[in-house]
Every structure is written in C-alpha cells, then in structure tokens.
Ligand binder design. Sequence first.
Ligand code: ADP
Ligand code: MG
Length: 317
Amino acid sequence: MSYFSITNVSKSYDEQPALYPFSLELEKGAFLAIVGESGSGKSTLLKIMAGLEAQDTGEVFLEGEPILNPNQKIVSGYDEIRLIHQNFHLYPNSNVEENISRQLLHYEKTYSKNRVEYLLQLLGLSAFRERYPRQLSGGQKQKVAIGKAMAVEPDILLLDEPFSSLDTIQTHHLISELKETFRATGTTVVFVTHDLDDALRLTDNLIILQKGRVVQKGSSRQLCEKPKTKYVARLFSPINKLPNARNGYIRPADVKLRTKGGLLAHVTDSRFLVHFNSLQVQLKESGIIWEIDDPQRKYDVGDRVYVSWDDSKVMDF
Ligand code: ADP
Ligand code: MG
C-alpha cells in the first residue's frame, strides 16, 4: 500500500470532461510536479486530492484511509492535506503572524506560539511579522500562504500555480528556499504549473497533463529526450519539422550550423538571448522555416548557412 494513492479519479462539469480517470501513487516525502496548459484539469485534480471537490468516479486514500469529498463530509477538507490557492487567500486585516496563528486557534497556546515562530523563521518571515498582506511583495505573500498551510503540520501540501504572480528572479529565489524547507520538514508535495521551467527547477518527477489526460510521466530528462507527443516536446523548446520526414522533428539546440555541408538555408531573423542567438532560417529547397540556437553568435540576417543534425537527436511522433 502506498502512502498517498489516487485511483481512477475523474470529473466532468456540465457533461464536459475536465479530468479523465487519473491514478497516482506517491511515497511519503515525494515531490511531484504536474505540468499542463491552462484548462488541462490541474486545479480540478488538486481540489479532488484535498477533498475539496467531489469527483464523479474514483477514490483518494491517505495511508489507507479514504479522503472524503464535500458530498460525503460536512466540513470539507483535511488538516493532513492542505491546498494553497493561486491567489493566496490571506486575511487582509491580519498581519503575517496572525495569518499563520489563526490556523492554530484550537491548539494548545505554547505549541501554537512555538509553531508560529518556527514557521516565521523557516520561511524567512520573522522581520515581516507585523506587516499586513497589502504591505508584502508577491513572494512574501506566497510564503505567508505556505506558512498558513504548513501551520497545522500537513502531511501533504498541494500547490496550485504557486509562482504565477511572481517575476522570474523572485520565483528562482523562492524555489530554492522552498526546496530546502520541504526537504527539512519531509512534507510530501504536489505542485501544478503551466510553466515547465518552474517544475524543472523544483523536481525531477513530472506528469504532463493535456485536456484532462496524462500524456506522459517521467524524469525531466526522459521527457525532454523522449517526448511521446509534440505537446510534450514543445513544453521544452520549439521543434523544427524535418523536410521529407513525415513525423521527424529536431530541437533548435540540436541543429548544427556550418558554412558548408548540409541543407542550404538563409538567416531571416536573429534575436539576442541570454545564452545564444535565436536564429530564424528558411530552408532553401523546402521553404520550411526553422528556429536554431546559435551559441557562438556567428550568423546575421541575410547570411547563407548549412544546417545538419545527428539522426540520434531526431524525435518521431
Ligand atoms: P487548470 O487548472 O489546468 O487551468 P481546471 O481544472 O481549472 O484547469 O479546469 C479544467 C476544465 O474544467 C476547464 O475546461 C474549466 O473551464 C472547467 N471547469 C473547472 N472548474 C469548473 C466549474 N466549477 N464549473 C464548470 N467548469 C469548470
Ligand atoms: Mg488552475
């Protein structure tokens, strides 16, 4: 028996399937990311996992005990499983400390006080304890929301697009802090996002959802190198269709650029990105447009280039 288990859970809204039968087994302390575009069923799945939404079929178990949904239980939700919403749900008229301590009203005073101190420390919020939500940055608000959810020592933390209101620098910062926090507390974490990059920074254990269905599971490397569908492949980078190969595609980073030898192409656009120039080229014979990484920043608009690739890098769908 696994620690957290979801068997054939599905859900439709107005006869429209939002989630097709979904199953998952998680060990204690696991850290899973579920990635999918908007509308792929991520929030629906998390709400069902937390017992906050009634599924049409299937069951959720934590350590063998069924998680009851709102149709089966008067007060929906569980202290053991906490869902952190995308838009934080903080109490606007309570400061940081109160936001966290309000979760612990029914607990013994000394315990509650110590727990709040511990969380403020852990999340680096001690200096902000007296501030109100409106006086906090997006990253700080996110941490308070996490502090609120962690107050009752949940076994499972479900994070719904936790970084969508933060900028890239804040996100990278928060991600490295959270990784440490979750490791230190041994919390089991499931986090959903539309942003593959955030998922890759947090964990190596991924599930890709598309239109309510699991399209692939695996490590980052498996998904990047052996994507089963174009949808999965495109989460990592654009893909270029090979001329004359019906289902063969190559990634921009896997195309070799030479001054001779290969297929002739012309550079039609070039953009300066952090690690390389991103070129747009048009293949002469087929007219197909490709995107290619030029890490040496060697080519300019108008240049003739020859493109080639290793067959081992070709993806077939
Ligand atoms: P995601 O979180 O991946 O964006 P959701 O789980 O929110 O996806 O939604 C999946 C699908 O279910 C979408 O098509 C959405 O419009 C629909 N949906 C979600 N919640 C409701 C609801 N309460 N009523 C009707 N349709 C809903
Ligand atoms: Mg959502």
